[in-house]
Write a protein that binds this ligand. Structure first.
Ligand code: CTP
Length: 398
């Protein structure tokens, strides 16, 4: 899959730099050529000798290296690759990238390049959560930088949380997706997925039976066609696919915010089972039995309709807006009415009566409703439904 591909790998200075060695090995196993660049700090964590030995190429590290400049100038170096991968992308490197600074070889290459960049951030959980880093992240995403990870987990510094660099194979999958030749290359597609959780109190919530399987499969199928995918997911049972930018949310209101932040997009697929209502009188404290025998009464407020909001945007509306309609009766009539009411372009309608086993199951039987009317698809695995839908989206965006 990666044969004939050249990756310019920028290794930043963090403890996760050791994983860059495995990443090089995995890339070369798949036939990719790796041109390694190390920051000065990276050399404190792994030796240039190990990196060069695994890459089978010399390591570039100094901006003012006359021999290297004579062989290949840094501008040219920034352009020879099919993809630039920054792993680990430290908080400092991200800040430099976001600001367009060029005070060492790595940052200069990143500024001079017109090649796509994929970064795998790795840092302490507090550094990751810091507003400055999150600002830089948002800026870099807006600049079109692809992001793999970070993952949640135990960190070398002893803390727990997001900030751990994605595993080498996850980064490889993101690289493969970024380099996938497909009809959606250069397109940005937004996908919502999973249920939302609407809190009742700090320990209880209202949810639904959506597993997120169909949304994950759709995001994966779109990425496989070369799209840059932003995957906004509620707390789903099925993990997100590799090679997509994942934004995790809990509530409908958070999902709307994440969707608005991720726009603009060429297409948006709203596969999430968003709670229509939230608990208006949710408690800040755990509700306790008071012994009176009276149960608390929950009041509900309507959640924003994310699909309708995006479908009815003036400027900045994605060219193709696809909604889902999970129905238990009069499927076609309800779904057709929903398409008109929400003003989306397509509706993927499905029958979610419990006896179909679709909600939470591995198969789906859908009817695609477009401006040309309904098309009944056969019962297929959720992966196959996803592939067909992704193919249709690619055709529509041509
Ligand atoms: N949707 C959304 N935001 C909401 C509710 C739904 O984005 N607050 C999206 C879903 O992701 C799906 C589509 O709208 O793509 C249909 O959702 P559904 O809940 O079936 O539609 P409703 O408008 O809630 O209609 P009803 O409850 O009458 O079935």
């Amino acid at each position: 899959m990666l044969s004939q591909r050249r990756i310019l790998l920028i290794v930043g200075g963090g403890i996760a730099a050791y994983k860059a060695l495995d990443l090089i090995r995995r890339l070369r196993e798949r036939g990719a050529a790796v041109t390694p660049v190390m920051t000065q700090a990276a050399a404190e964590f792994v030796t240039p000798l190990s990196v060069a030995a695994l890459a089978g190429e010399k390591v570039h590290s100094a901006l003012f290296d006359l021999t290297a400049e004579a062989e290949m100038g840094h501008i040219q170096l920034s352009r020879v690759a099919d993809l630039i991968v920054v792993a680990p992308a430290t908080a400092d490197l991200m800040a430099k990238m976001a600001q367009g600074r060029a005070d060492d070889l790595a940052s200069t290459l990143l500024l001079a390049t017109d090649t796509r960049v994929l970064m795998a951030p790795a840092m302490n959980v507090r550094m990751w959560g810091h507003p400055a880093t999150q600002r830089n992240l948002a800026q870099l995403r807006a600049d079109g930088v692809l992001v793999a990870g970070p993952n949640d987990g135990d960190m070398a510094c002893g803390e727990y949380g997001p900030g751990r660099m994605a595993e080498p194979l996850e980064i490889v999958a993101a690289i493969e997706a970024a380099l996938a030749d497909g009809p959606l290359r250069g397109r940005h597609v937004l996908v919502t997925s999973g249920p939302t959780h609407e809190p009742i109190d700090p320990v209880r919530y209202i949810a639904n039976r959506s597993s997120g399987a169909q949304g994950s499969a759709i995001a994966g199928a779109l990425a496989a066609l070369g799209a840059r995918v932003t995957f906004v997911t509620g707390p789903a049972a099925v993990p997100p696919p590799d090679g997509v930018a994942v934004v995790r949310v809990e509530t409908a209101r958070q999902m709307l915010q994440a969707v608005q932040t991720a726009l603009p997009a060429d297409a948006a697929v709203f596969a999430a089972a968003v709670a229509d209502w939230r608990v208006a009188n949710a408690s800040d404290h755990k509700m306790k039995k008071d012994g009176s025998g009276h149960a608390p009464v929950l009041e509900f407020a309507e959640n924003p309709d994310i699909l309708a909001t995006v479908a009815q945007m003036g400027s900045g509306r994605p060219r193709l807006v696809v909604g889902f309609a999970a129905e238990t009766d009069d499927i076609l009539a309800h779904a057709t009415a929903k398409r008109a009411r929400k003003r989306c372009d397509w509706i993927v309608a499905n029958d979610v009566r419990p006896e179909t086993g679709i909600m939470g199951g591995s198969e789906n039987a859908v009817t695609l409703i477009t401006g040309n009317g309904p098309e009944v698809w056969p019962r297929l695995s959720k992966e196959m439904v996803a592939r067909r839908l992704a193919d249709r989206i690619a055709q529509a965006l041509q």
